[in-house]
Design a protein around this ligand. Structure first.
Ligand code: DX5
Ligand code: ZN
Length: 227
């Protein structure tokens, strides 16, 4: 448990999972203590990569009761909110950089009765969040430029993270801070110390330098500070 006794949650990003054995991966991650499933949705427009559609959420929901934390790296966003919510997303996180009417997009998510999150690219200032605090259940601090797993951790967003932690604590807001990109056993301690509640982890969890097992997944999850 990190300082201040915050409960650390680990959200493996399936982008890095063995996609030909996804159900098995999800079952092993669940047994290994994963808290959420992070699903990166990429459209080849907002980010230079393509990944999954809302059918993936539907199939994952059919085999897992873990919260499905959907990270929408798509522009425009609004046209897809309904289908991801109906498919079973627990939380839909959008990028303010992807559209013009962020408040309306967040309202559209909340109208489905699910959690609403806002993801900030490394270059996006924390001020974007201030006028939307009453709409948010989660803020996702990107520590890589979105589009790919396995990238190098960018340290500058740590300042933004500390600022956001202080703001949320000062106002006693029910908002979780999630950090996404380049998280591993080396970078996690600084991220937790800066105030993160949820860590998204892709390549560090799924790297296949060991035969895949619940024990390997559990030891990697625990190496991130989750006790
Ligand atoms: C990047 C995604 C991240 C990524 C994390 O655009 O939003 O969730 O999959 O992967 P790692 O942990 O390998 O950086
Ligand atoms: Zn992500």
């Amino acid at each position: 448990m990190p300082k201040n006794g915050r409960h650390v949650r680990i959200a493996p990003s399936l982008l890095a999972a063995d996609l030909l054995n996804l159900q098995k991966e999800i079952e092993m991650l669940t047994s290994a203590g994963a808290d959420w499933i992070h699903l990166d949705i990429m459209d080849g427009h907002f980010v230079p990569n393509l990944s999954f559609g809302s059918d993936f959420v539907r199939h994952i929901r059919a085999v897992s009761s873990l919260p499905i934390d959907v990270h929408l790296m798509i522009a425009p966003t609004d046209a897809f909110i309904d289908q991801f919510a109906i498919a079973g997303a627990s939380c839909l996180t959008i990028h303010p950089e992807a559209g013009y009417h962020t408040h309306r997009s967040l309202q559209k998510i909340k109208d489905h009765g699910i959690k609403a999150g806002l993801a900030l690219n490394p270059g996006t200032p924390i001020q974007v969040v201030v006028s939307l605090l009453d709409m948010l259940d989660l803020v996702l601090i990107m520590t890589v430029n979105p589009g790919f797993g396995g990238q190098k951790f960018i340290t500058s967003p740590l300042e933004k993270l500390k600022e956001l932690r202080a703001l949320i604590d000062a106002k006693n807001l029910p908002i979780l801070i999630e950090v996404d990109g380049g998280i591993n056993d080396q970078t996690a301690p600084d991220v937790l110390k800066a105030g993160a509640d949820v860590l998204v982890v892709g390549n560090y969890i799924f790297s296949k330098d060991h035969p895949v097992s619940v024990q390997v997944y559990r030891s990697r999850i625990e190496s991130l500070g989750k006790k």
